[in-house]
Design a binder for this molecule. Structure first.
Ligand SMILES: [Fe+2]
Length: 254
């Protein structure tokens, strides 16, 4: 088997394993977990092309907390646009650099050398792919397992954690994301602007670490249902959080 065929074979096997993992658990087992199952193709010239992953549930599955129309537009239009524009932006990258990119992790690892269009759209693709998995129908409740212990140890109680996370989400001026991250075993809460992700290799990030929980606070995430009432949207989010995914992100990143 020549190199190209063996590379293709490896990619095919990886994709099959990845899809199997999604079907089985919808969970991840590596750092920067959500990016591990982002669908992609390796083109004949070795370049990577990213594809929009399917929502792991129906558009109306998060009703009445997150409405169907918001989910349709958010996933099919906004997320799709990040994927499309990421692929376009990658066409502008030096082929010698591009050949070393086969995942969003690779892009995040060299983000300080990437043009802003790659930063915005790779971030948008990764953040949304992660966000969908951090919600589920009949979700919410309280954190589980090791993450529950760490939240209680760090913040004193789940209620205090929620207050601080909601505060970070409310105070993010303009568009961005609120995060719970783990860094060397330590939890912290913060936010980033635009589509920045705390695991990007960038000096200027306001919070760094591996994402455990993420909340999109762009107006496109809530304006149809909640208009200007971001606080109502944040309250709705607590009813759909997928704490199993968050716990898996936490335990696999430690
Ligand atoms: Fe969004």
């Amino acid at each position: 088997m020549d190199n190209e065929n063996s590379r293709r074979d490896f990619i095919k096997k990886s994709a099959a394993l990845t899809l199997g993992a999604i079907a089985a658990t919808a969970v991840v087992n590596k750092t920067l977990a959500a990016t591990e199952f982002i669908e992609k193709e390796i083109l004949a010239d070795g370049a990577v092309k990213f594809n929009l992953p399917k929502l792991p549930y129906e558009y109306d599955a998060l009703e009445p907390h997150i409405d169907k129309l918001t989910m349709e537009i958010h996933h099919d239009k906004h997320h799709q646009a990040y994927v499309t524009n990421l692929n376009k932006a990658l066409e502008t990258i030096d082929p010698n650099v591009l050949k070393n990119i086969s995942s969003l992790d690779d892009i995040f690892g060299m983000m300080d050398k990437m043009p802003v269009a790659v930063r915005n759209n790779a971030g948008g693709h990764s953040n949304h792919s992660l966000f969908w998995t951090l919600m589920k129908p009949h979700g919410g409740g309280i954190p589980t397992d090791k993450l529950a212990e760490a939240i209680n140890a760090t913040y004193g109680s789940f209620e205090e954690f929620k207050k601080q996370f909601a505060d970070a989400a409310m105070k993010r001026f303009g568009s961005g994301w609120a995060w719970l991250v783990v860094n060397k075993g330590k939890l912290s809460i913060g936010s980033t602007a635009n589509q920045d992700n705390p695991s990007m290799h960038l000096d200027a990030l306001e919070i760094k670490g591996t994402p455990v929980l993420a909340l999109d606070v762009w107006e496109h995430a809530y304006y149809l249902k909640n208009q200007n009432r971001r606080a109502d949207y944040i309250n709705s989010f607590w009813n759909v959080v997928n704490w199993e995914t968050a716990n898996n992100l936490f335990t696999s990143a430690k």
